[in-house]
Write a protein that binds this ligand. Sequence first.
Ligand code: SF4
Length: 417
Amino acid sequence: MKKHDTPMLDNLEEGPWPSFISGIKKLRDDHPDDRVNAVNNDLLGQLEHSYETRKGYWKGGTVSVYGYGGGIIPRFSEVGKQFPASKEFHTLRVQPPAGNYYTTDMLRKLADSWEKFGSGLVTFHGQTGNIMFIGATTENTQHFFDEINDYGFDLGGAGPCVRTGMSCVGAGRCEMSNINEHKAHRLLVNNFTDDIHRPALPYKFKFKVSGCPNDCMNSIERADMSVIGTWRDDIKVDQEEFKKYVAKKGRKHVIDNIVTRCPTNAISLNDDDTIVIDNQNCVKCMHCLNVVPKALHPGDDKGATVLIGGKRTLKIGDLMGTVIVPFMKLESEEDWEKLVEIAENTIDFWAENALEHERCGEMIERIGLINYLEGIGIDAEPNMVAHPRESSYVRLDDWDDEAVKWYEKADSKKDTA
Ligand code: SF4
């Protein structure tokens, strides 16, 4: 195998950061399989050619595996004659386990399968949430899928469909967790398996689940339906631990870094170094809990907030998710069914009413929140606000009558609970 000269790519290895070029060269030079060496050699050759001519040479097409309409990103080279080993270089999107928990044995198995059929290049994980297996021929795409499918992995979404879900690391490794994140993830995604594999929706639809308002999955910004764990009783305080923290850091540090940084001024410090939290005014920003995790914990009455409509750029610009369920318990089977029902109703309504290439949040902006809520059968209530403690999304003329109704409803829920 004659190695391509790559002076421009070599340059990219000189900076302080690890370079993807070094990774590809390692597969070209050190991998025991000649096929993997050749694929990576031609990949480097095409990339250098692209840099020289300032043009991209990958074009799309149609590649799929039997029974699926999506999950593969086809890439055919326009300069395949010059670089034949990498002329078909498709990417397979594969769904990771909820919370991204793998055994090392499973990681080895995936890597072995990929080196057998693909280029050896893998991304854990792309911003889509998938494992990205980059670089297979059309024929090997099917072989690789068959092999990993045998030991339990499935393709993710690509195109106008329900996309691969994401959930945070969860209660197994995080003390701030308020819900069973992985159950929520699996229930939602498994319920829409058909909609993942057969793209037939107006555009993409993403689920992301975070166990607490730190929102490690960026679900507010990135998910069409975001489920975030929270609590509605008081923050649990271990005053002895808090006093130890004050003794170690000093009162000034605590006032500067915790008390004055509470966005709603809900915290005060007593003379004996104990903390007082005005829980009615806490907006669950998580700041104080993050600073003193030994002393402060989420309350016991845990549940989830559901938001709809987050997305990045395109058309009308970035949108944050809108709260449509301020708090719901996620414990009994009925609770879980209710969560899935919200997702089903939302996707049905959106599929019927969205324009082509319109995300759910964009549709809500266009038709108005109240119409969407009516469409999915959720009552508007004063807790749905544009900003905490500011304007309601829903105009409530005769608001005092509406407020009475809302409090009556809340009381009757409490009585039946
Ligand atoms: Fe204040 Fe945020 Fe702590 Fe609530 S969680 S008390 S809003 S700092």
